[in-house]
Design a protein around this ligand. Structure first.
Ligand code: BG6
Ligand code: MG
Length: 215
């Protein structure tokens, strides 16, 4: 076995909550009259809620106070949580479920390493709450990706060192965080082709041979 553990980002890797983040930010930006599109949304991948808001507000015509920003982030999160409440187990692809089952059956430890404070809600909605051996998320970190903290904590929870774990990400900040922590990285979606990405995945199950066989 090449890796003893796999640490998965959640939004955009295990499920398509990246699109729900987009819809919630878009609703806020539209209400404020600020231009926002999917290309800008790509810059929010892996980035914390407040840092994401700062990116959304880059195109605002006025400056917002710290109190106003908290209210705006709360408004976006309320929209997002409402969208999450409609998520179902069927929102997780069969390929993703099969990948997780095969890793577990082979004795590979699996963890979530997500910047989101809503990670547990998403895992509950999709029926994955009991699937992972460890969950490291936005509630147990003080520094966001590209800082490696969230992945180092996940590896620690698994009882593994970073050189034994593969980090799977869709975000540049996440790939940078993985490399900064000494992990091997696999990129999916936009992250498949970043220079720092060690392995490009076109679908999640592409990681199975990487984990099971030495290269
Ligand atoms: C990351 C997403 O997983 O979580 C980011 O890629 C998001 O887009 C971040 O901003 C924080 O999420 P939340 O749910 O705590 O607002
Ligand atoms: Mg992501």
């Amino acid at each position: 076995m090449k890796f003893k553990g796999v640490i998965f980002d959640l939004d955009g890797v295990i499920c398509f909550t990246d699109d729900l983040h987009y819809l919630a930010w878009k609703a806020l930006a539209d209400r404020l009259g600020i231009y926002f599109d999917r290309k800008i949304n790509d810059r929010l991948r892996g980035v914390s809620r407040m840092e994401s808001l700062d990116i959304v507000l880059e195109r605002a015509s006025r400056v917002y106070s710290a109190e106003e920003k908290i209210a705006l982030a709360t408004e976006k999160n309320a929209t997002y949580v409402e969208l999450l409440s409609k998520m179902r187990p069927s929102d997780v692809d069969d390929d993703v479920r099969r990948t997780l089952v095969e890793l577990k059956e082979a004795g590979v430890k699996i963890a979530i390493g997500s910047s989101s404070k809503n990670a547990r809600i998403i895992l509950r909605q999709t029926g994955l709450e009991q699937t992972f051996d460890a969950i490291s998320d936005g509630n147990n970190i003080s520094r966001s990706k590209p800082d490696p903290e969230v992945f180092l904590k996940a590896a620690d929870m698994l009882g593994l060192s970073s050189c034994d774990c593969l980090v799977v990400e869709d975000a540049l900040s996440g790939i940078e965080a993985g490399k900064a922590g000494g992990f091997s990285t696999a990129g999916i979606g936009p992250a498949a082709n970043f220079p720092l990405t060690d392995y490009a995945l076109s679908t999640l199950s592409d990681l199975l041979p990487l984990v099971f066989f030495s290269h």
